[in-house]
Ligand binder design. Structure first.
Ligand code: ITT
Length: 196
């Protein structure tokens, strides 16, 4: 079954291709439909925004295709859960990953390690040809390091150290990230529920 990923972020599409390798789904990018349409992500939750993105691509995808959207972000305890659903535009509407990460490090200042706890959250919205939406979520707990390190992945990966490790996702690389990330766990949940 072809599964089109409703995202404008090529890193997400790559991660899904890795995570769904060996399943019945063959991952395609939104480019196969002419590109991901602009979506105003004005939902109140990750789930709402994931659904908005899935619907937008569903509207232009081939009638028999499955589509899946991912809305994700980073919740930092010392910042009362920010940047949360605003993670992609934390430092402003046209912020780069680098801008966002610098703003985050600045906001945390010299807080000690124990107070730098955070989690990545991912909500997937899977939509079949009938337009019915199914939601799956996954989280990954960790902490925010004091300085960026590593070059793998995207977004906040250079400053996120998953629980049980001493290095950032960007240093640990795609294999380890693919075993424990919020996205990996959401995909696990989806696979479990689809096969039951
Ligand atoms: P689409 O909406 O087109 O899918 P996006 O990158 O804007 O692409 P989101 O709106 O879901 O996606 O924003 C998620 C942001 O959260 C993303 O820009 C990253 O900064 C961060 N994020 C999510 N998952 C991440 C991961 O696995 N590693 C690092 N940062 C991540």
């Amino acid at each position: 079954t072809s599964l089109i990923i409703a995202t404008g972020n090529p890193h997400k599409t790559e991660e899904f291709a890795q995570l769904l390798n060996g399943t019945n789904f063959s991952v395609e990018s939104a480019a196969s439909c002419g590109g991901m349409p602009e979506v105003v992500e004005n939902g109140a939750t990750f789930a709402d925004n994931a659904q908005l993105k899935a619907e937008a691509l569903r509207a232009i995808a081939p009638a028999n295709a499955w589509v899946m959207a991912d809305d994700s972000g980073l919740e930092v305890d010392a910042l009362d859960g920010a940047p949360g659903i605003y993670s992609a535009r934390y430092a402003g509407p046209s912020a780069t990953d680098q801008d966002n990460l610098e703003k985050l490090l600045h906001a945390l200042g010299d807080l000690p390690e124990l107070e730098r706890t955070a989690r990545f959250r991912c909500v997937l919205c899977l939509m079949g040809p009938d337009g019915r939406a199914q939601l799956f979520d996954g989280t990954c707990a960790g902490r925010i390091s004091e300085a960026p390190s590593g070059s793998s992945g995207f977004g906040y990966d250079p400053v996120f150290v998953p629980d049980g490790y001493k290095r950032s996702f960007a240093e640990l690389g795609e294999t380890i990230k693919g075993e424990l990330s919020h996205r990996a766990r959401a995909v696990e949940t989806m696979r479990g529920q689809l096969s039951s």
